[in-house]
Design a protein around this ligand. Structure first.
Ligand SMILES: NC(=O)c1ccc[n+]([C@@H]2O[C@H](COP(=O)([O-])OP(=O)(O)OC[C@H]3O[C@@H](n4cnc5c(N)ncnc54)[C@H](O)[C@@H]3O)[C@@H](O)[C@H]2O)c1
Length: 379
C-alpha cells in the first residue's frame, strides 16, 4: 500500500487535533494509503521536540522551509496562526507537495485566489480545514438537499456562538488582525458560511452589522466597533444573505454569548421539508417532510450511523466527536491524493468563503448590500 508522509507545521490546538485525526483516519476506513506522521515543526527546538514526542511524530524541527523541500515528504499540513499560512503554502505548492491548510488559508481573498491558481498549476491536491461540515449528519443534510428530497431551497438560518471572548488574553494572536486574527466573522463565521454554501450553493450578496467589545467588557465599543484602523477584530456579527438561487439566509456569530460553548447551529427549509442541526447533538439530524400524513407532521430525529455518508459505526449513538470529524476530512484528503482527484473543500472553495467574509465586513462598514465576487472557474 502507498505510504504518505506528512510534515505538520504548528503543534498547538489544531496540531493536536490533526495528530489524533491522522492516527484515526486509516484505521476507521480503507483510505488507500498509510499515513506516517513524519515531522512536526514548531517555533523552538524544545517545543517542537516535546510536541513531536507527545503527539506521535517521528522527528521535530523548527525549519518549515527545509521541511517543504524534503523529497520524502508528500503532504504539508499547516496549523500555524493564519498570518504564516500563505507563505508556507506557496512554498509547499512550489515544491510539489499536497497541502492541507487550516482556515483561513489567508485573510486576503486576492492572495487566496493566487494560492489556488498556484496549486492548480502545480497539480497538487489542496484542502482547507472546514472540519465541522464533515459530521455525517451534515453530509446527510447536504445529500437530502442535493437529491431534491427537501425540494427547492427557501431559507437558511445559522449561528455559531461561543463565550471565549470573556476574559480572553488581549495579547492572543486571535485578538488582532496584525497577528493573523480573523475576527468572529472570519474565524467562526467562515464555518457556517461554508455549511450554507455546501447546502444552498453560493451566496450572492450580503448586508451586515459587526461589533467589537469595549475595553473592560462593558458593552460594544463606540462607532459600532469598526475594526480596521487599529487592527482590532470584530467580536460579533449578524448578516443577511441572498443566495445565487434566490434563497434567503440569516446568520449570527459571537464570541460573547455566555453559556454557549461551541454552538454551531443551522436550520434549512425547502419546499418539501426542513432540517435542523446542532453541533452539541452532532450525531443527530432533525428532519421534517411536508408530505407527511397530517397526524405525523413534525420533526423526527435521525441518529446517524454507517447508513449515512462518512459514518463509521453500524450502531448509532456510539459518539462522533471533534477528532472523528477531523479524521473524516483526512480520509477524504488522502483519497483525493491516492485517486488523483480534487479534494473538497479545496483552496478554491476557501477563496470563495473568504470573499463572503470580506463582503460582510465591507457591508457593515458601508451600511449597504455588497455583492460577493462570483466563484472563479477552475483553470
Ligand atoms: N477548524 C477548526 O475547528 C479550527 C479550530 C481552531 C483553530 N483553527 C485554525 O487553526 C490554526 C491554528 O490555530 P490554533 O488554535 O491551533 O493556534 P495555536 O496558537 O494553538 O497553535 C499555533 C501553533 O503554531 C506554532 N507556530 C506559530 N508560528 C509558527 C511558525 N512560524 N513556524 C512553526 N510553528 C509556529 C505555535 O508555537 C503553536 O504551537 C488557525 O488558522 C486557526 O484559525 C481551526
Amino acid at each position: 500500500m502507498r505510504e504518505l508522509k506528512v510534515g505538520l507545521i504548528g503543534g498547538g490546538f489544531m496540531g493536536r487535533a490533526h495528530s489524533l485525526a491522522y492516527a484515526l483516519a486509516p484505521i476507521a476506513a480503507d483510505i488507500g494509503a498509510t499515513v506516517t506522521k513524519e515531522v512536526l515543526v514548531d517555533a523552538t527546538p524544545e517545543l517542537a521536540a516535546t510536541l513531536a514526542q507527545q503527539l506521535g511524530w517521528r522527528s521535530s524541527s523548527t525549519d518549515w522551509r527545509e521541511l517543504v523541500e524534503r523529497p520524502d515528504i508528500d503532504i504539508i499540513d499547516i496549523c500555524t496562526p493564519p498570518q504564516f499560512h500563505a507563505e508556507i503554502a506557496f512554498a509547499a505548492v512550489a515544491a510539489g507537495k499536497h497541502v492541507f491548510c487550516e482556515k483561513p488559508i489567508t485573510n486576503d481573498s486576492a492572495e487566496a485566489a493566487r494560492l489556488t491558481q498556484a496549486a492548480l498549476d502545480a497539480g497538487v491536491v489542496t484542502q482547507v480545514g472546514f472540519n465541522y461540515r464533515h459530521a455525517p449528519a451534515i453530509s446527510f443534510a447536504r445529500d437530502l438537499l442535493a437529491s431534491g428530497r427537501l425540494g427547492t431551497p427557501l431559507q437558511f438560518r445559522a449561528s455559531y456562538l461561543q463565550e471565549v471572548g470573556f476574559g480572553a488574553d488581549p495579547n492572543r494572536w486571535r485578538a488582532s488582525r496584525a497577528t493573523g486574527g480573523s475576527g468572529a466573522v472570519g474565524d467562526i463565521g467562515s464555518h457556517i458560511i461554508d455549511m450554507a454554501e455546501l447546502m444552498f450553493g453560493d451566496i450572492r450578496r450580503v448586508s451586515a452589522r459587526i461589533r467589537t467589545m469595549a475595553v473592560g467588557e462593558t458593552g460594544w465599543a463606540e462607532e459600532g466597533g469598526q475594526v480596521d484602523d487599529d487592527g482590532r477584530i470584530d467580536d460579533s456579527g449578524v448578516w443577511l444573505a441572498e443566495f445565487a438561487n434566490g434563497a434567503l439566509g440569516s446568520f449570527a456569530v459571537s464570541s460573547y454569548a455566555s453559556g454557549r460553548k461551541n454552538r454551531v447551529y443551522f436550520e434549512a427549509d425547502g419546499t418539501k421539508g426542513s432540517v435542523e442541526f446542532n453541533w452539541n447533538s452532532r450525531e443527530e439530524l432533525k428532519v421534517s417532510y411536508v408530505d407527511e400524513a397530517k397526524d405525523h407532521k413534525g420533526f423526527r430525529t435521525i441518529h446517524t450511523n454507517n447508513e449515512h455518508p462518512d459514518g463509521w459505526w453500524r450502531l448509532a449513538g456510539l459518539g462522533t466527536g471533534y477528532p472523528e470529524i477531523s479524521a473524516i476530512q483526512f480520509q477524504k484528503f488522502v483519497r483525493a491524493i491516492v485517486d488523483g482527484g480534487q479534494a473538497d473543500p479545496d483552496f478554491g472553495h476557501a477563496t470563495h468563503v473568504q470573499q463572503v467574509v470580506e463582503a460582510i465586513i465591507a457591508a457593515a462598514a458601508s451600511d449597504s448590500w455588497v455583492d460577493v465576487a462570483p466563484r472563479q472557474d477552475r483553470s
